[in-house]
Design a binder for this molecule. Sequence first.
Ligand SMILES: *Cc1c(COP(=O)(O)O)cnc(C)c1O
Length: 381
Amino acid sequence: MTEHWGFDTRAIHAGQEPDPATGAVNVPVHLSTTFKQDGVGGLRGGYEYSRSANPTRTALQEALAALEQGTSGLAFASGLAAEDTLLRTVCEPGSHIVLGGDAYGGTFRLISRVLARWGVEHTPADLNDRDAVRAAMRPSTRVIWCETPTNPLLNIADIAALAQVAHDAGARLVVDNTFASPYLQQPLTLGADVVVHSTTKYLGGHSDVVGGALVTADAELAEQLAYNQNAMGAGAGPFDSWLVLRGIKTLGVRMDRHQANAARIAEFLLGRPDVAAVLYPGLPDHPGHEIAARQMSGFGGMLSFRLTGGEEAALRVCERARLFTLAESLGGVESLIEHPGRMTHASAAGSPLEVPADLVRLSVGIEDIDDLLADLEQALA
Ligand SMILES: *Cc1c(COP(=O)(O)O)cnc(C)c1O
């Protein structure tokens, strides 16, 4: 039934039928570690122990799969827990990963510091340069890791083209879809093998829960991932799962407002002499605009800009903003401002993934646009 529903209907109903026992309209938070067996091994509904499976987590997982048009969703304690489980499922010591040149700092740290000690190698590549990606591939390459739009430079990668490169080499394309959210982009429909989310961001949407997700339409891989979700123990807890489910219900209406506000702010910044560049894929002269217009149904709520006054000016704007809260993270209803070089991407300093020092990143919230513009105006003045 759910596959015929529109996105917002799936967000509200997929995996979320009223509780058969009570009629409760919302999925209950099943705070139980263990489940009564009707005779030894006689499980009701397959539940046994909550690390292995919990009904609230199951509801979230079904919703995630429906939103990404996959067949299996898995929910984790954080985005990085999801990434770690995925990479230790599809890689082994000696495996190689090709990742985008400006991947999320935590992803880069996981691969370059943690998985490297486990014998996994990696090569950063410009994902917009297909020849460079092909040249980076080795016989041992298991994964091309793609973020689009990227964090914090808002670069766009062509998902369908990268899927082709990955599949030609017998590797998988993984897309971190955190910035777009499934409302704006569904990578599995473009050929990606696995979608990764930090549900901490737009899916949760209210800056009150840390979580992660994997979605795939590959049944064999899904089985291996589910095995490791239990074996490695990084699955999402029931209350966190419930918070993400609650956030998902309003994803569509929130994203519409996030991106309407972001487009207005991009326009405002473009007209200012103290702003050297505005990085937003919705702008017609953004190098990834055409690809974004083709593979996304909107351009999202994230935007970065560079200041003519360099790092000092960037730090000053971050500190002078009042309605935009100076904080890491993104994707919540409230607007945030940050300095990637000193904050979210500090761990990439000195590496090929280092970001410009004059860069400011905005997570544009859903407040009234006039108030957001007035705050930026006074912070830049
Ligand atoms: C936040 C984030 C992650 C990591 O997720 P956590 O929930 O913080 O572990 C991964 N990728 C992107 C693009 C992110 O923004």
